[in-house]
Write a protein that binds this ligand. Structure first.
Ligand code: NAD
Length: 363
């Protein structure tokens, strides 16, 4: 539908074309041979890897699945057959020497539980590979620091799997926040669902936290990219149902993040029906997204009118962005430092909730 403040064409240009141009190889050098695709190894063949990431290589322009690293040999065989991988390209978590000596692998995509991200990222960097690491980056800021330092020392890239930065509805929302909503006055976000007991997500050592680390991080991320700034102070209240699934991890947390000039209210829960939204109110306009950061089916309303935006395969766009930077240089859109800042905010929220008072984020 037409939008008085930003036409569909403008939005598509801002959200789609710009993002695609930024991630596609060969743009602006039509007469050269296309660059060789970057070889990726997926580590951890769980739900996200199998259902979202591995099939998305088919839509990638500069990223090729060349290997898998798994603790379950049968999953490796299935992946090899499905994706036509070489027999020698199925590795266990112990085979880092072999991975190091396979030049086809340029990136290791770490898609295992967060409590393992530090160890696998450090191993992959030691093996001479770039890393894409899934969210949340790690359990603690200290672990994030180790990962960032290791990548720097080895001159390797470290990308965090923040796919919303490559997704056109989210890019259109960012564009509207910068250009058409006026001065931002309020940001709210809810992300949650009902998490059953019995997986790594309810074990602190493997998950880092509960809803906050797993899904609340989307709201923290959204608040940061919509505000286009960093919070200076965090307040939080938390509560959890007296159920075994919350023995080790958090359930509901409500955070207030103070950004310069605007406060964001970010809420998350593991005992909720599905929620995946954000709303921004400026002094000249407002937007609402729901689902805002899901795998598909994104919807965005600007000034109460739904905006039509062509979806993309943002999993592929995310991977192609890292591949593009590897081949042609440039700045990573979602680097390790961005992942670290989110963990820092989550740690501050836990402290704020515990001490029932605000936590300042200096610097
Ligand atoms: P999952 O439980 O479906 O899969 C986890 C995989 O890691 C399994 O194959 C498991 O065998 C393997 N693994 C490796 N070491 C392990 C260990 N020590 N303990 C347990 N399992 C181990 O989980 P998932 O949903 O695929 O999540 C994996 C990662 O991807 C998490 O960091 C999660 O936050 C992230 N994720 C991101 C998105 C996104 O949209 N960006 C979506 C889902 C999951």
């Amino acid at each position: 539908m037409p939008n008085p403040e930003m036409s569909r064409r403008e939005l598509l240009h801002a959200a789609g074309t710009a993002a695609v141009a930024a991630t596609l190889p060969g743009v602006g050098r039509a007469h050269q041979d296309p660059p060789k695709p970057v070889g990726w190894a997926v580590l951890g063949l769980g739900g996200y890897a199998i259902r979202q990431i591995m099939p998305s290589f088919a839509d990638a322009k500069l990223s090729k699945l060349v290997a898998v690293i798994t603790g379950t040999p049968e999953k490796g065989v299935r992946a090899r057959e499905q994706y036509g991988l070489k027999e020698s390209s199925v590795y266990s978590y112990e085979q880092w020497d072999a991975i190091r000596s396979n030049p086809e692998i340029e990136v290791v995509y770490v898609i295992s539980p967060p409590g393992t991200h530090r160890e696998f990222t450090l191993e992959a960097i030691k093996a001479g590979k770039h890393v894409c690491c899934e969210k949340p980056m790690a359990n603690t800021v200290a672990e994030c620091d180790e990962m960032i330092a290791a990548a720097k020392r080895a001159k390797k890239l470290l990308q965090i799997g923040y796919r919303s930065h490559y997704q056109p509805h989210n890019l259109a929302a960012i564009e509207a926040c910068r250009k058409s909503l006026g001065t931002l006055r309020s940001i709210t976000s809810e992300h949650g669902f009902n998490m059953p007991a019995g997986t790594w997500r309810t074990q602190r050592k493997l998950s880092g936290g509960g809803a906050l680390w797993d899904i609340g991080i989307y709201g923290v991320q959204a608040a940061r990219y919509l505000a286009g700034a960093e919070p200076t102070e965090v307040m939080a209240m938390a509560h959890r149902l007296g159920q075994p699934r919350f023995d080790e991890v958090d359930d509901v947390t409500h955070m207030l993040l103070a950004f310069p000039g605007v406060v964001a209210s970010v809420s998350t829960g593991y005992s909720w029906a599905n929620a995946n939204t954000y709303r921004v109110i400026g002094d000249r306009g407002q937007l609402y997204a729901s689902p805002a950061t899901s795998y598909q089916g994104h919807r965005l309303w600007i000034n109460n009118r739904e905006v039509a935006i062509e979806p993309n395969n943002h999993f592929a766009a995310q991977m192609d962005h890292l591949s593009e930077v590897i081949r042609n240089g440039g700045t990573l859109r979602t680097p390790g430092e961005m992942g670290r800042q989110d963990i820092r905010i989550l740690e501050a929220a836990v402290t704020a909730a515990r001490q029932r008072g605000p936590v300042r984020l200096e610097g």
